[in-house]
Design a protein around this ligand. Sequence first.
Ligand SMILES: [Zn+2]
Length: 386
Amino acid sequence: MAHPNASLAAFEQLWQQHHWPELVKAQLSYPDIAPVLEQLAQQPAVTQQVIGQSYLGTPIHRLSIGHGPIVVLAWTQMHGDESTATAAVLDWLQLLAQDHVGDLPKQWQSLLTLHVIPMLNPDGAARGTRENAQAIDINRDAMAQQSPEGRLLADQVKTLTPTLAFNLHDQNPYYAAGQDGEPATIAFLAPAYHPDKHVDAARLKAKQLIACMAQALSYWLPEAVGRYDDTYSERSFGDAIAGLGASTILIESGAHRHDPYRQIARRMNVMALQAGLSAWLSGVYQSYSLADYYAIPDNVSDGYVDVMIHQLTFDDGQHQPFTADVGIVAQDQGYYVDFVGDARGQRGLTEYDGTALTYRQPLKLGAAADELLTLVGGAVLLDRNW
Ligand SMILES: [Zn+2]
């Protein structure tokens, strides 16, 4: 079956031809994107500005395209070790700047202004940490604004007053799209702006737009799109910006099987953003309901571990042998035993059947899992950095 939205399907083909191959990496830092920013700055449609510096003095850029009254703001990598959407927004800008605009109206640049801040936290990106160089989580700094990066984002929001805001992150690889779903490659949220989780006009639009974006992705990602928990967090930027009246959308890039560099989430971010922008301009998102939003399955935490070995027999030669499932997680370039027992409800991104195998050593939680992986013949990628 072909994608029901032919123009978005064609846009996906264009992505295949025009995305930045130099950004195919598990983790991006400023030196990776600097040459891409330079090339994008040469596109006549794109204006680029250094809007500030990180705590350690690395420039933070804003790229803009269009000059219309509807203001859209997207930012990425507020958490330094979450770079999937950074590649995505740079791909997206490249496509738009080259006039590959899908089904956007011809005069779209006079209808809206799109601002993108890629890599808000370059210091964290350089160190591979969530936090900035002050060890501050910028996404808990919306109120106190003790980080220059947090102040910068708050200033941009205040000056630009976006009507639509995209807050782009990565989530850990263990989320499932619903209890029995696939790994959640993309998760969406229209964040609450109040502990009571009121839905005002702007938040209603965000939820409708998410329903529309999730529908656009469902062709490529069946059972792999989740809806993130909307517990209110006043220190978080998405919640704070939603409180200012912008329709705010969080997109979390997540795991996909056999995709260690999250290139599927990268591509799906581009498709979601493009579908979202197009629907925002045409108004078609208004035909989606709150029920459509809530029909997106929950983004279930710990639905997965990296490796699950099912029904392995343990026999150390001294004690009673037994059979159990073993969950294994990757951490700091190694694999460790995370769980032993009945793994019902949790699956592995990679799975092995252990029924014909016996492990003959004592087993401890938290211990290195190399011998277990050798036993099942597992050749597992170690180049992931989540
Ligand atoms: Zn994040």
